[in-house]
Design a protein around this ligand. Structure first.
Ligand code: F6P
Length: 369
């Protein structure tokens, strides 16, 4: 079981600050055991389309290559959230697009490269692919990554803290311009179907309202709240933080792109809609700001950097200890190894009795519910 000599590592899905720290630690831990380690480029594209890469899609990872990357944003391996080998887009001659399963190609090339195990770093999509590859016989260890904080089984992931920190800094800045113009500033943040980033940045940034997917909103209630809070002479502006997956009571999420052959749906645009409605309902000038991919950029916070190192080192330890088909989970003071099927079974969402929700309510922040 532990006859390991060469391993691969890939990063999949949206990038998140801390990915390079994972790679750094995994390389050092593997090299310390005398294993070779190779980075698969751009998710699994390095195995699927090797001819498109000068190095054949695999990057030999040595200590000098990764020595100075732990503090850097992004991922030196590249990533993709469009390359599920089980559901690859296949354009047809008639212009339509279907899906084909190319997972056998991944498994074959993995074996051709004589790789004994894969460390797969990603969110629920990437870890779901890792689970399916594990079912096909590849030895796989998953490392959870997401700025959205929506993975269950692990108390936290890297990327989330960096995203919340930057969102909070942006909200801090918006207070000045909102106050100067006596405006309602609506800030849309990422998070997919979970409201964690909005909740924590909204509390830290002292927002007046936080709209999250888990608690469908009624904008009439938000408007009443804003009018009450701005009625006095002291604070005549408002900050509303909206998660991209927030939706009105009885309504649906706002999409930029619907799901289509091998592509998942893309969320976004709800901030502008909320701003327009609040303008009508409050009679106040409103502006919408979308933070979008800025939340994924930049360097990891020290917390995310150390989490990345913790996860990378633990993934190699998992292989040393003989684990297979598991995700490394950080549940201080423990590191747990959770079956990939369990880890990806459902999203971790904000509960209505979450301590963050209770804190916000105590601080007179409206959820529009
Ligand atoms: O899952 C991370 C995330 O940043 C989500 O918050 C967001 O909905 C999505 O990825 C955006 O993906 P893309 O990079 O395809 O725009």
């Amino acid at each position: 079981m532990n006859n390991i000599k060469r391993i691969g590592i890939n990063t999949g899905g949206g990038d998140a600050p801390g990915l390079n720290a994972v790679i750094h630690a995994a390389v050092y831990a593997a090299r310390n055991r005398g294993w070779e380690i190779f980075g698969i480029r751009d998710g699994l594209d390095g195995l699927l389309e090797p001819e498109t890469y000068p190095d054949g899609g695999l990057m030999k990872l040595t200590r000098p290559v990764v020595r100075n990357i732990a503090h850097l944003g992004g991922t030196i391996l590249g990533t993709s959230n469009r390359g599920n080998p089980f559901r690859m887009r296949a354009p047809q001659p008639d212009g339509s697009v279907t899906e084909i399963d190319r997972s056998d190609d991944v498994v074959r090339r993995f074996r051709e490269h004589r790789l004994d195990a894969l460390i797969s770093v990603g969110g629920d999509g990437t870890l779901g692919i890792a689970r399916e590859l594990n079912n096909k016989g590849l030895r796989v260890i998953g490392v959870p990554k997401t700025i959205d904080n929506d993975l269950q089984s692990t108390m936290t992931t890297f990327g989330f803290d960096s995203a919340v920190k930057f969102a909070t800094e942006c909200i801090d800045r918006l207070h000045f311009t909102a106050e100067s113009h006596r405006r309602v500033m609506v800030v849309e943040v990422m998070g997919r179907y979970a409201g964690w980033i909005a909740l924590h940045a909204g509390i830290a940034g002292r927002a007046d309202a936080i709209l999250i997917p888990e608690m469908p909103y009624d904008l009439a209630k938000v408007a009443t709240h804003i009018k009450r809070k701005t009625a006095g002479p002291t604070r005549q502006y408002s900050i509303v933080v909206v998660a991209e997956g927030a939706k009105p009571v009885g309504g649906a999420v706002t999409l930029k792109e619907v799901a289509n052959a091998g592509h998942v749906e893309r969320l976004g645009g709800v901030g502008e809609i909320v701003a327009n409605h609040l303008r009508e309902l409050t009679g106040k000038e409103t502006r919408a700001v979308v933070l979008g991919h800025l939340l994924r950029g930049g360097q990891p916070t020290s917390l995310d950097r150390s989490l990345g190192l913790i996860f990378g080192a633990a993934a190699v330890r998992a292989l040393v200890e003989g684990h297979d088909g598991v995700m490394v989970a950080v549940n201080p003071p423990r590191i747990d190894y959770v079956p990939l099927g369990v880890a990806t079974a459902k999203f971790k969402l904000v509960k209505t009795d979450d301590y963050g929700v209770m804190t916000a309510r105590t601080l007179d922040i409206s959820f529009g519910d």
